[in-house]
Design a protein around this ligand. Structure first.
Ligand SMILES: Nc1ncnc2c1ncn2[C@@H]1O[C@H](COP(=O)(O)OP(=O)(O)O)[C@@H](O)[C@H]1O
Ligand SMILES: [Mg+2]
Length: 593
């Protein structure tokens, strides 16, 4: 098994578009909306056929109505022309509206699918892929596809139709003259193929950089307070400018190639026109052809080249879309490694104990072990404090319990069932977490306490606040107070209080408190410590803390250092041992203790 690759880190500059994967994705999306796209195609076909009637009307006027001096026929032709044009406009309007609807619908569905897929990815994926780039990707890659769905796909089908009908009618009226145009087409095909081939890696690169710019911006703005505090705004600007320059360069390269390709095709039309003037004129002089047919051919030549021009313009949209599709397909192909097991065992409640037995863990296959041979047993209703130096592996121990990451050796069991056999959803629902850095969602304090679950009655929130003795705190921060993005209008300590109360509201059976009181003033902390002591009595708790007053109230204490368990036992036992813990204790309470 290999770990996740943040999929943007494929630095291969020659990365080609995987046309098959992209096509399968795009085709699948259209297939799901067969009917709306088919209706749009119908309108478009009608519009095309109507517009193709105009040269025939022209020929009728020149060759029939005018020579016969028939003003009624002329009037009829004018009427027919106006009617055809009106119908054409109607069909065109309907087609544009219909396509916009179908296209929007497709993009919305694609975004929904992408989002759902991304939410199911492991934390590992998020630690290796910058979030800003991911958001940019959902935005920019999907909106690139919008052009494809609203316009390009159907217009290509339509162009093929227009081309075939125009050529068919020309062939019908004069075989020789029509065949004289044939050599033009293989030349076109060759140019198109060369263009697609050469620009494919360029387009992939453009899409990558296109996501990098907003990604970088998000990262910088997230750290704006650091940037300003250290006066590094100019640096950030310079880096941004550099990125923009690179984006500019990549875009220009693509545009340059597109322009060369387009011009080479545009140059073919005068050649074809000259051929009709010369060869067709010659045939008129020889009395083999009427003037009306030559004029009609010249008009049809426009119809013949219009789809070709459009196709060559589209080719850049197509390349863009396929490179976007390629990147989206790559995300959709990512499989989270931590998935629901087959035949999962649902965890209703912990009846006996949580047990770690000789657990070894490292974050990457080629890095050092972060946890080495960790063993402990946490019986239901008891509490364990984990103590140890920063970076010692405390948080990692609890992450394993949530299965945010998998471990490589050993066993973790709940009531004798392997953690990996438990339903991920039921496992995570049973364990509550209060973290060191807390994320609050935009909304009211009340909504955050319920973690956006509106089915929780308000009374449960009030009960929780009373039980924890936090009435004072929530008088100062009323429940209908608006929390700004990332809880910017609250201090870290305040966020921690809210987050602790949230754990009480959600009332999970097992609770992990990871340095949950590290940022509170002594006064609030004392209030909270009381609340935590109540929690510890009622629940199965793992508490990571440095403050010994909190640690002391746990049934057992585990000292971790360098990923290894150094000591484990009750406060009294460890103190009597005179090891690490007793040193730690004396350090905090002074020799007097
Ligand atoms: N997502 C991660 N990827 C790689 N290494 C990590 C990750 N999280 C933590 N680590 C490393 O694992 C070690 C233990 O981290 P952690 O469990 O967070 O320590 P503690 O909570 O005791 O401070 C540290 O050396 C840290 O750098
Ligand atoms: Mg930690």
């Amino acid at each position: 098994m290999h770990g996740h690759q943040g999929d943007d880190d494929s630095q291969d500059p020659k990365e080609q578009i995987n046309y098959r994967a992209a096509f399968r994705l795009l085709y699948g999306l259209v297939l799901e909306r067969k009917a709306p796209f088919a209706v749009a195609a119908l309108y478009m076909t009608a519009a095309t056929l109507l517009s193709l009637m105009i040269p025939v009307i022209t020929k009728y006027v020149i060759d029939t109505a005018l020579p016969a001096m028939n003003s009624r026929a002329l009037l009829g032709a004018v009427g027919a022309y106006l009617a055809v044009t009106l119908l054409y406009l109607c069909a065109n309007y309907l087609q544009v509206v219909q396509l916009a609807r179908a296209g929007q619908d497709t993009i919305v569905e694609l975004k929904r699918r992408l989002l759902r897929h991304m939410l199911s990815q492991d934390l590992e994926f998020y630690s290796s892929t910058p979030v800003g780039r991911l958001t940019a990707r959902v935005q920019s890659d999907t909106s690139t596809l919008y052009a494809l769905f609203t316009n390009t796909v159907i217009s290509i089908l339509n162009d093929v139709l227009m081309f075939a009908v125009a050529f068919g009618v020309m062939f019908h009226f004069n075989r020789q003259l029509a065949l004289a145009l044939l050599p033009v087409f293989p030349a076109l095909g060759l140019a198109g193929w060369a263009y697609a081939r050469v620009t494919s890696p360029m387009f992939v690169k453009v899409r990558k950089i296109a996501a990098e710019v907003p990604g970088f911006l998000t990262e910088q703005l997230n750290g704006i307070s650091v940037l300003q505090a250290f006066s590094r705004e100019a640096d950030a600007c310079a880096k941004m400018e550099d990125l923009n320059k690179r984006k500019f360069g990549a875009e220009m390269r693509v545009e340059l190639y597109s322009a060369v390709f387009f011009m080479s095709i545009v140059a073919l039309q005068p050649v074809a026109t000259a051929a009709i003037f010369g060869y067709g004129g010659r045939l008129v002089l020889d009395g083999k052809l009427t003037v009306g047919v030559v004029v009609m051919f010249l008009l049809y030549l426009g119809y013949l080249f219009e789809p070709i021009f459009r196709l060559s313009e589209h080719l850049s949209v197509i390349q863009r879309s396929f490179s976007a599709g390629h990147r989206i397909a790559k995300i959709l192909a990512l499989k989270p490694q931590l998935t629901e097991p087959e035949d999962p065992h649902y965890l209703a409640s912990v009846r006996e104990a949580i047990e770690f037995r000789n657990v070894w863990m490292r974050y990457k296959e080629d890095s050092n072990w972060v946890l080495k041979d960790i063993s402990f047993r946490l019986p239901r209703g008891s509490s364990l404090a984990i103590l140890g130096e920063t970076g010692g592996g405390k948080t990692t121990v609890t992450s394993l319990l949530f299965r945010f990451y998998d471990y490589q050796k050993g066993h973790i069991e709940i009531d004798g069932t392997d953690l990996r056999r438990l339903s991920l959803g039921s496992l995570r629902a049973a364990i509550g977490l209060v973290q060191q850095d807390i994320y609050l969602f935009p909304g009211t304090v009340m909504q955050n306490l319920k973690l956006m679950d509106d089915s929780i009655p308000d009374s449960r929130v009030h009960d929780a606040i009373r039980t924890m003795g936090l009435d004072q705190f929530f008088k100062k921060h009323p429940l209908d107070k608006k929390v700004q993005e990332k809880g910017a209008n609250l201090s870290i300590g305040e966020k921690q209080v809210i987050s602790l109360a949230r754990a009480m509201v959600l009332d999970q059976e097992v609770l992990v408190l990871d340095e949950a009181t590290s940022n509170m003033d002594p006064h609030t902390e004392r209030a909270i410590t009381g609340a935590i002591k109540t929690l510890i009595k009622h629940k199965t708790v793992i508490v990571i803390a440095h403050r010994l007053s909190t640690v002391r109230s746990a049934d057992r204490i585990m000292m971790i250092s360098g990923g290894e368990v150094r000591e484990i036992g009750s406060h009294d036992e460890l103190l009597a041992q005179g090891g690490l813990y007793s040193k730690y204790y004396k350090l905090q309470f002074g020799e007097a203790a």
